[in-house]
Design a protein around this ligand. Structure first.
Ligand SMILES: Cc1cc2nc3c(=O)[nH]c(=O)nc-3n(C[C@H](O)[C@H](O)[C@H](O)COP(=O)(O)OP(=O)(O)OC[C@H]3O[C@@H](n4cnc5c(N)ncnc54)[C@H](O)[C@@H]3O)c2cc1C
Ligand code: FES
Length: 239
């Protein structure tokens, strides 16, 4: 965990409600770890996954949810932000030989950095992305450069009509281990299909570094904190 000041390189809209924020001056961070940003005028930090990292440049993909993320859309290039970097555990990148990446909505964000790291290790991921509708699609071209990428939308406006499980079941994907991030309902459905993988969870956070227990979840080996023992957990251990 490290506190640092980072400079906004760009802050652009990608699709309906989704933005890409690129920050410069960040220390190296592992894929699957997360950061906390201080948004000027807001007391509590906001946690975000790391969507990409290269040579000090860290990318966050964010969805407008409430006042904090709405205010972020107005942040200008050149502004300095306080950030806590290197939080949480990260993905077990070397665990898969035939990786399957499953992302839903803004949960797709951390899978991009993971996909790049897998490709660097000579492993081509199969990628299944779920969105609500075509207008909310982001980073599809970027993923397509890294592996076979399949899409589902709830309303069928792009890819298969349905969700990520619709695609996985229809495509008979050959994988030995999956990495998933997305809404709890998606992660539960995936866990029922297979527990051969790991899932990145979100929880409402207080301190963000293990002190308040506010982000605790129940696992097969007792209570664990999403911010400290997570956000990535073995799919089979989460209750
Ligand atoms: C490990 C982790 C990674 C995340 N990665 C991303 C990401 O890559 N992109 C993205 O868009 N969002 C991500 N989120 C969710 C993001 O933190 C919330 O959407 C954001 O904090 C909402 O802030 P707000 O002020 O707009 O909303 P408000 O509802 O006004 O937030 C009020 C308070 O609740 C907290 N809060 C609200 N929703 C969440 C939530 N789902 N998780 C944790 N705290 C929350 C906020 O930090 C704030 O303190 C992540 C959350 C966690 C825990
Ligand atoms: S947010 Fe305080 S322990 Fe996780």
């Amino acid at each position: 965990m490290i506190k640092e000041k980072v400079r906004i390189v760009s802050n652009n809209r990608l699709s309906d409600g989704v933005y890409e924020l690129v920050l410069d001056g960040a220390s190296k961070v592992d894929c699957g770890q997360f950061i906390e940003l201080t948004i000027p005028g807001f007391y509590l930090n906001r946690p975000f996954s790391v969507a990409d990292y290269e040579n000090g440049k860290l990318t966050v993909l964010y969805k407008i949810l409430g006042e904090g993320t709405l205010a972020m859309t107005g942040l200008k290039e050149g502004t300095y932000l306080d950030m806590i970097n290197g939080l949480g555990n990260g993905f077990l990148v070397d665990r898969a030989e035939k990786p399957l990446l499953v992302g839903g909505g803004i949960g797709i964000a951390p899978l991009y950095y993971l996909a790049k790291e897998l490709v660097k290790r000579g492993k081509t991921p199969t990628i299944v992305l779920g969105y609500r509708t075509k207008n909310e699609v982001f980073y599809l071209k970027e993923f397509e450069k890294l592996g076979v990428t399949m899409v589902a939308t709830d309303d069928g406006t792009l890819g298969l009509k349905g969700n990520v499980l619709t695609v996985i079941k229809a495509s008979e994907i050959d994988f030995d281990y999956y990495y998933a991030c997305g809404p709890m309902v998606m992660l539960n459905a995936l866990k029922e299909y297979s527990t051969k993988g790991e899932i990145s969870l979100e929880a409402r956070m207080g301190c963000g570094f293990g002190a308040c227990m506010g982000c605790s979840i129940m696992t097969t080996s007792g209570t664990k904190r999403v911010c400290k023992e997570g956000p990535v957990f073995d799919a089979g251990e989460v209750i």
